[in-house]
Design a binder for this molecule. Sequence first.
Ligand SMILES: [Zn+2]
Ligand SMILES: [Zn+2]
Length: 320
Amino acid sequence: MHVVPADVWIDPGRAVDKALVTHGHADHARGGHRQTIATPETLAIMELRYNTREGANPVQYSETIRLSGGVDATYIPAGHVLGSAQILLEHAGERVVITGDYKRRSDPTCAPFEVTPCDIFITEATFGLPVFTHPPIEDEMAKLLSALAEHPDQCVLVGAYALGKAQRVIAELRRAGHTQPIYLHGAMEKMCRLYEEHGVPLGELRLVADYTKEDMRGHIVVAPPSALNDRWSRRLPDPITAMASGWMRVRQRARQRGVELPLVISDHADWNELTQTIEDVNPQEVWVTHGREEALLRWCQLGQRKARALALVGREDEDE
Ligand SMILES: [Zn+2]
Ligand SMILES: [Zn+2]
């Protein structure tokens, strides 16, 4: 997305001169920009993933920075993952909010979404269909913990994306009173440490590679989704395969992946959160991007709201 008066790009898919980045997922944050303006947490995530620190320009939540062309930018919590932000642009008396990815549910791993009044609201719509309603996360945690309790000689292997979902699942397990050590696939370790360094306690984490099959009986193991059905999982004691994703609402997706215990846990707004947010923000105009635009456009039209689809190329969500 190009902001013409300031000549800056928001979440560009290729290396540019000046990038404003909403959050660290790969479909929003790419390496190689000459200058990257983002929250300190997002910059730390990008540094971990791309090994670059040049041109990092931190901006705190609620801090306003002046860009060229008389454009002001303010970063506002989006409630999606650690460091995630909506970006408010102000220019010539007009206010535009770009949400990036967001959700409205409480999440112990990041600052909650803030409603920001604006003229144009550019919203994601990853789960922009009325069939998508995410259940309370407490219900999904209870399912996970009861599967664990019923099978003390096995382990529950939870597939979760390495940035955001994994840490949220772990933090929610802690909140649900699960104090046992949680075992991690090696690919998750650094991101979990980064969360802890930014004030998100995750309790006792152990690397699978350091322990035996026997040690892991009756415990939870968290791994990237790609590890669920690969050779790696043979080292685990009879794993019950779970997966934490908003797409687990679609039974066929769970079946395709061989998931026995689908957990509907999403870091994106569901249909009710999307429509509620548009009502809360109450903008002059809604631009819909990043997913299933049609139903949300129709909903806006039925409510006499001006709306249009904004087609962005190359957006396949990393995190769901
Ligand atoms: Zn995202
Ligand atoms: Zn995204």
